[in-house]
Structure formats: structure tokens, C-alpha cells
Design a protein. Structure first.
Length: 190
């Protein structure tokens, strides 16, 4: 089941059979129903997850509104970075949007693997850098682009999510109202 992870890692750095065996023994595979919370505001994120099948959303609450910050499809790793890495309660919610199969590794087990296999530190750094770049792209999009440009970016970058994610979550991800998103979609269709 972790072959997705190993293929991804091998594109960054070769790994030994000893590492794949250690990862196999450290990751737990879980099936999670649709609309299940993996993390709530105020909890500390204990796991790094990999989506094997399904879809996950990360969001936070602003006032009385949910603001989506990330959608995670198959083959991607995720956690609540501030909570996971700083080992403190966070402000995010992590929720499955579909029935989802995940591989997860506990923070402590991951730290042990970093100690035992220094090459995993390099791999983790590259993964973290990629995550940081995507985060910066989203911030730039929200600060500098029009609502229509944001939506066009989203459909170009994440076409499969249009069929899988409710429009209200896409609108909140793009920092626009659902009504604005509907107008933009109608304009683009014409």
C-alpha cells in the first residue's frame, strides 16, 4: 500500500530496502468514513498522513465561517504543520470529504526514523520545501489576483477537485463568496 510513498520518495532520493521495511513497520493504514474529523481546533496534530485513496480538507474558523486552506488528494502527504512540528495545540480542522484510506505515522516514530536514517531528513526537507512553495503560491494568489484569476488558476491546477469538492469549500479556498464563484463560473461557461 505504501508503494505510492516509495515512488514519490525515490524521485527525491534513493532509499534502501531497510528504509522501506522501517517505514512499512511505522505507518498504520486506516479507513476513515466521509466527514470524519482527524483533527480539531485546540488539539495537537500527532500524525503525518498520506492519502492512499479519498480526499481530505484542511480548514479553520474565522468568525462563523469555515475557511478552506488545503485539499489533499491521493498520493499527497499532509498534517497541520504548526501543530505537528511545534508540538502544540493548533487552530485547524482536518476532515475527510470522501471515504478515505490513509497511511499515518506518529510524530515520535517519525523522529526515530530521522535519527536512524539521515537520508530521510533530506527527503523531508525537500517535501517541506515543496509544501512551502505551494503555500506561498496560494498566498500570492489571494493577495494579488482577481477572483476570476484565482478560479482559473484553481481549475487549471486542480481540475479533478471541481468534481469532488463542494463549491462552498472551493469559494472559501479562493477567498470569495459562493455567489461570486457562481457568477464567475457562469461567465466562463458562456
Amino acid at each position: 500500500m505504501l508503494s505510492i510513498l516509495y515512488d514519490y520518495i525515490k524521485n527525491i532520493h534513493p532509499i534502501s530496502e531497510e528504509i522501506t521495511d522501517a517505514l512499512d513497520n511505522s505507518f498504520e493504514i486506516i479507513d476513515v468514513p466521509k466527514r470524519q474529523l482527524l483533527l480539531k481546533d485546540g488539539d495537537t496534530c500527532q500524525y503525518l498522513y498520506l492519502v492512499l485513496d479519498g480526499l481530505v480538507r484542511i480548514y479553520h474558523i474565522e468568525g462563523d465561517e469555515e475557511v478552506s486552506s488545503l485539499f489533499i488528494e491521493e498520493k499527497y502527504l499532509f498534517n497541520s504543520p504548526q501543530s505537528f512540528y511545534l508540538r502544540r495545540p493548533g487552530y485547524e480542522f482536518i476532515e475527510t470529504l470522501e471515504p478515505t484510506t490513509l497511511a499515518r505515522i506518529h510524530y515520535n516514530d517519525l523522529q526515530e526514523l530521522y535519527q536512524k536514517f539521515p537520508e530521510l531528513n533530506f527527503i523531508a526537507r525537500v517535501i517541506t520545501e515543496n509544501y512551502f512553495v505551494k503555500s506561498e503560491e496560494r498566498l500570492y494568489l489571494l493577495r494579488r489576483k482577481t477572483a476570476e484569476e484565482r478560479y482559473r488558476y484553481f481549475i487549471d491546477r486542480y481540475p479533478t477537485l471541481l468534481q469532488r469538492v463542494p463549491l462552498k469549500y472551493i469559494a472559501s479556498y479562493l477567498g470569495i463568496k459562493i455567489e461570486t464563484l457562481s457568477r464567475i463560473r457562469n461567465k466562463i461557461r458562456k
